[in-house]
Design a protein. Sequence first.
Length: 144
Amino acid sequence: MQSRVIATVLQKVCSMRGQAPSDVKSRTPCVLIVEDDALLGMAIGMCVEGAGYEVVALARTVDAALETLSHETIDAALLDVNLQGELVFPVANALAERGVPFVFVTAHPPRDIPERHRHRPIVPKPYYDAAICAALESVLSLRS
């Protein structure tokens, strides 16, 4: 069932981007993970891949995430707010400007997120895999 939902969402996203319907079946939604803790990032990546998505990159800094955005197709992103003292909001701004949906995966309360991004989904740490998968599915469905 979940793979049908993903395929339907992907078809709608691709039609918005002007891609041919035949491209849809061969393309898996691509997710950027921005997380400074390597082990936690890998665990989130395994969850994302287990849900049928492709992990484009695990960026551990704002610069690495912005570099990835400059040369990769990103359909959605999962963002930790605090990357060893560096705040992720320049990445959130860049994603918003590109129309790429994202989810904050953080222990920070919503009041720590800038007003312009407070409407974005938040998966609180510690998290459950199902919460991350549900949040990804919801933001990808908004793109349709």
